[in-house]
Design a protein around this ligand. Sequence first.
Ligand SMILES: NC(=O)c1ccc[n+]([C@@H]2O[C@H](COP(=O)([O-])OP(=O)(O)OC[C@H]3O[C@@H](n4cnc5c(N)ncnc54)[C@H](O)[C@@H]3O)[C@@H](O)[C@H]2O)c1
Length: 330
Amino acid sequence: MKTLRVGIVGSGNMGRRHARAYGYHARAELVACCDIVSCAAQSLADEFGCTAEATFDAMLARDDIEAISICTIEPAHLDAVLKTAAAGKHILLEKPMAMNMDEALEMKQAVEDGGIKFMVAHLFRFDQRCAETKQVIASGKIGEVVSVDCRFHGTPHQQDRIKNSELSIFVFRGCHGIDLMRWYTGSEVVRVYAESLDGQLRQGGYQSEDAVFCLMRFASGAVGSIEVNSHVPAGHPTAGQSSMTVMGTKGMIEQDLNTPWLTVSDGNGIVRSQGNQKDLWFREEIDAFVHHVLDGGPNIATSSDGIAALEISLAAAKSARMNQPVEVFT
Ligand SMILES: NC(=O)c1ccc[n+]([C@@H]2O[C@H](COP(=O)([O-])OP(=O)(O)OC[C@H]3O[C@@H](n4cnc5c(N)ncnc54)[C@H](O)[C@@H]3O)[C@@H](O)[C@H]2O)c1
């Protein structure tokens, strides 16, 4: 049986999640990890039974590694992608794809030049409830999508990793909702208008807004809204709130990711389906990456998906700064 031999760069929170999921996979083997903080790499290596390489270059030089999970902080994504693509190894890159559009386009070019496979870790596509929402919409049960509204709220502490970098909460957190909205509607956002609150987080040493609320128009004619806030208190039971309502011409879907079920109303009644989550979404994500690389299976979140989510996020942040609507993909 062919197995995918992988390395992980960035041995923090997401590095561990990827490592655990590779460990569950029958056709993947975690060979090595690295981090600019050597004890972080050693700790992950000890926990998951792989080698801690002293440098990323040393890890990339290994012939027995075919793919890399890039789980570094956002400002280090570009360098990691360029080096990995040049080394001819496949990439699973944590979201958001990049800090800005120039970086994202440079990555896309490097991936094409390197002839490698590249998937963006848009994790929510692998949540069972989100995947089922997508299937219900595709089945036609709720008719044409007319609106999608959602909120993705989290704690200030969740952005400690990028305290030293200016990055909109709409880019690193809002991208989850935007990616789902594009996926569900099957349509591009053409215009955004956002309002933001700015100040309190900056006083706490962070470099982002406190909250961004945004209205959207899709090419299909559907409308959307997304609220992103960083003020969930530390003691909140799930350290965040992620919920979404999709309205169609014949029904609606409600997903609150703090509950294990999904509610579908199609005019004939209400169905509550189960979607027990826990760590399963990471396992689904890693399985999709392994299947894509080894078997030529579908790429569930392409560089174009990563770029689109980034472009819309940046447009929303810009709209909030300018106090006016911003056209996207013109
Ligand atoms: N649900 C999700 O999808 C989700 C949740 C959290 C974070 N993320 C994303 O995952 C990425 C990492 O976030 P995290 O929470 O794991 O952060 P983290 O701070 O826990 O881990 C990042 C690690 O990268 C290391 N690092 C930084 N620069 C490096 C470099 N140049 N070379 C090698 N290692 C380097 C750090 O030392 C740290 O150990 C980010 O892109 C973030 O947006 C995704």
